[in-house]
Design a protein around this ligand. Sequence first.
Ligand SMILES: NC(=O)c1ccc[n+]([C@@H]2O[C@H](COP(=O)([O-])OP(=O)(O)OC[C@H]3O[C@@H](n4cnc5c(N)ncnc54)[C@H](OP(=O)(O)O)[C@@H]3O)[C@@H](O)[C@H]2O)c1
Length: 218
Amino acid sequence: MRRALVTGGNRGIGAAIAEGLAAAGLEVIVGARVLAEGAAVARRIGGRAVALDLEDPESLTRAVAEIGDLDVLVNNAGVLGAGPVLGEGALFETSMAVMVAGPHALMRAFVPGMEARGYGRVVNVSSGWGSFDDGLEGPGAYGVAKAALNALTLAASRDTRGDVKINAMCPGWVRTRMGGAGADLTPEEGAETGIWLATLPADGPMGGFFRQRERIAW
Ligand SMILES: NC(=O)c1ccc[n+]([C@@H]2O[C@H](COP(=O)([O-])OP(=O)(O)OC[C@H]3O[C@@H](n4cnc5c(N)ncnc54)[C@H](OP(=O)(O)O)[C@@H]3O)[C@@H](O)[C@H]2O)c1
């Protein structure tokens, strides 16, 4: 049974991806800052939860040790704040920790094992707001972090050996805490492309950026 980790799996798109992967027959580990929230999702979908705060290096190290080997990594956790990228406060540092350094650390921890075992899928949940082609319209630190996550996706995919696929995706505008009540898509609809990328066959795409299963420009 393939084993998957979904970061920020306690709510929103992450919970929907976790549920979809469990329904597809994977063993799902729900990563959550608040363990009880992750455990509630894990109980519902028949998985387990791990405490994982991407801003806390010790939490990250503990989670990696607790998880062991992984076949599928979904870097879903994200934060969206207002304010200019050069503004006061820690929003830039938080955004880069959650959406760039955290995914990088998890990829560095788990991808070598995937390569050694000959199978792996990494899905980086990004955003059209991190696309240069689309004008890099993400507010402040968010757009910069998502653009960096896209760059990390492409760079890491070029280094990877064997049947290990690293891709990024934009879920669309989704009704979650982040997306708000007026958004177009349900969390399940927003999760669909992520579930597809997490379960790609060996001849599936590699090193791409997708929305609704279609390749989009970086
Ligand atoms: N919703 C949209 O329209 C939309 C559009 C484009 C891209 N996205 C992307 O989709 C992903 C999921 O977003 P969502 O809409 O489901 O948002 P959400 O409902 O706000 O969920 C965000 C998740 O990230 C987690 N998270 C935040 N900081 C974290 C940290 N330091 N460590 C670990 N987890 C952390 C949150 O945990 P807590 O519950 O503990 O805060 C939560 O589980 C994000 O990467 C987002 O950028 C969303």
